[in-house]
Design a protein around this ligand. Structure first.
Ligand code: T3D
Length: 264
């Protein structure tokens, strides 16, 4: 598969996906959305990929929907079906990221605005460069947060802070994002990719199937009762307990040596 608007680069068992429209801060055109969907599908199916990094080329992470393309397609005229466009392009992408059976790290190198912020938030681990910023930009153009922001943001930072961001559309710095628990780490710009690559290598060497089950259990628990979550944990623990990596982890512990997980 070849891509026009993103870079799909695999180094060993780590895959890096780079949104690649730097002049427009990687704003999401239909092509980029389709390619992101295809890239995550490819990554999910490829057993040799055991960790994924998502980042943006240039000085932005992703500025959300490409408004120039949107206007050309009728945004602002009242004749554009946001419902159709979101359900066909953005929603599958967010669900794909959340369901990806491997860890995904967002390397947030610059502005993450609108749906670009939603995409960053959907990733499992979020590492920001000092120059990163976060904007629920939707309200500034008379729209509502989409691409999962209404679901994710209150869960990540609480209703009060989420509504502050959503209703104001203000720019939140990397440091403030760290204080809110929106990202796990802020690093100097020039250290971002080294830091994320090192982390990705560590996650790629983890028991991949257990990671997939953890994600599945946490996704499930977000909308379940305690009883349902307990049952789901038991079901998935049973599956984890049948993996070779579980046997390896237990043996390595008892033999007082580091485990060698194969993702099997
Ligand atoms: O179904 C649907 O399609 C609806 C889905 C909606 C989901 C959404 O994401 S809605 C929200 C869309 N995004 C925004 O409203 C954010 C717009 N961008 C900004 O507010 C600012 O660009 C930033 C705060 C992110 C960064 O500001 P700054 O000053 O660092 O950069 P800039 O000068 O504004 O942008 C640099 C270039 O990128 C510039 O192009 P130019 O003039 O040099 O040729 C700018 O027009 C372009 N750009 C930035 N964001 C977008 C964009 N072009 C198209 N669409 C954008 N979203």
């Amino acid at each position: 598969m070849t891509y026009e608007t993103l870079l799909y680069e695999q180094d060993g068992i780590v895959l890096r996906i780079t949104m690649n429209r730097p002049d427009k801060l990687n704003a999401l055109t239909d092509t980029l959305l389709q390619e992101l969907n295809a890239a995550f599908e490819q990554a999910d199916e490829d057993k040799t990929v055991r960790a994924v990094v998502l980042t943006g080329a240039g000085r932005g992470f992703c500025a959300g929907a490409d408004l120039a393309e949107g206007v050309a397609k009728g945004i602002g005229t009242g004749g554009f079906s946001f419902q159709e466009h979101l359900t066909q392009n953005y929603n599958p992408l967010i669900l794909r990221i959340r369901a990806l059976q491997k860890p995904i790290i967002a390397a947030i190198n610059g502005a993450a605005a609108g749906a670009g912020m939603s995409i960053a938030m959907a990733c499992d681990i979020k590492i920001a460069a000092e120059s990163a910023s976060f904007l629920q930009a939707f309200v500034k153009i008379g729209l509502i947060p989409d691409s999962g922001s209404t679901w994710m943001l209150p869960r990540l930072i609480g209703m009060t802070r989420a509504l502050d961001m959503m209703l104001s559309g203000r720019k939140v710095s990397a440091q403030e994002a760290l204080n809110m628990g929106l990202v796990t780490q802020v690093v100097p710009n020039e250290q971002l990719m080294d830091c994320v690559n090192q982390l990705a290598v560590e996650y790629a060497a983890a028991p991949t199937q257990a990671i997939a089950f953890i994600k599945q259990a946490v996704n499930f628990a977000a909308t379940s009762t305690l009883e349902e979550a307990l049952n789901k944990e038991a079901e998935l623990q049973n599956k984890a307990g049948k993996t070779a990596d579980n046997a390896e982890g237990v043996n390595a512990f008892l033999q007082k040596r580091p485990p060698v997980f194969k993702g099997e």
